[in-house]
Design a protein around this ligand. Structure first.
Ligand code: FES
Length: 120
């Protein structure tokens, strides 16, 4: 059993960790890597995104993958989620579009409207 002081200490550490997380200025890029996404070229899209980020040494960008979202005909799909901004989803992304999304949206904060499927 922990003492009250131990528990208080634990609580403070958890709160500090949460503050750090909330204050993080991290952009997320999510690539649809379900079967349909992969069939449509999502692997190449993922490679292009990772390559473009590495070239620019952008360490504050997290790239993850997701499964099917039920929009097969729009794959490959790429979400860009910037802190404090609504999620932007791009459709029919190819490696060249992926590179432009990194440059224009992730780096320069200018979403490419004509490729956006939805914005929430
Ligand atoms: S099989 Fe992936 S969205 Fe349809």
């Amino acid at each position: 059993m922990k003492s009250l002081a131990d528990l208080e200490n634990l609580r403070q550490k958890a709160q500090e960790a949460m503050k750090v997380r909330e204050g993080m200025k991290e952009t997320k890029v999510v690539v649809g890597m379900g079967t349909c996404g992969i069939a449509a070229g999502a692997r190449e899209v993922m490679s292009a995104i990772l390559d473009e980020l590495a070239k620019r040494q952008l360490a504050d960008v997290t790239v993850t993958q997701t499964g099917c979202v039920g929009l097969c005909e729009y794959e490959p799909l790429v979400d860009v989620i910037k802190p404090g901004q609504p999620k932007v989803t791009y459709h029919h992304v190819d490696p060249e579009k992926a590179r432009q999304i990194v440059v224009k949206h992730v780096v320069n904060d200018q979403p490419i409207g004509e490729w956006v499927i939805t914005s929430r």
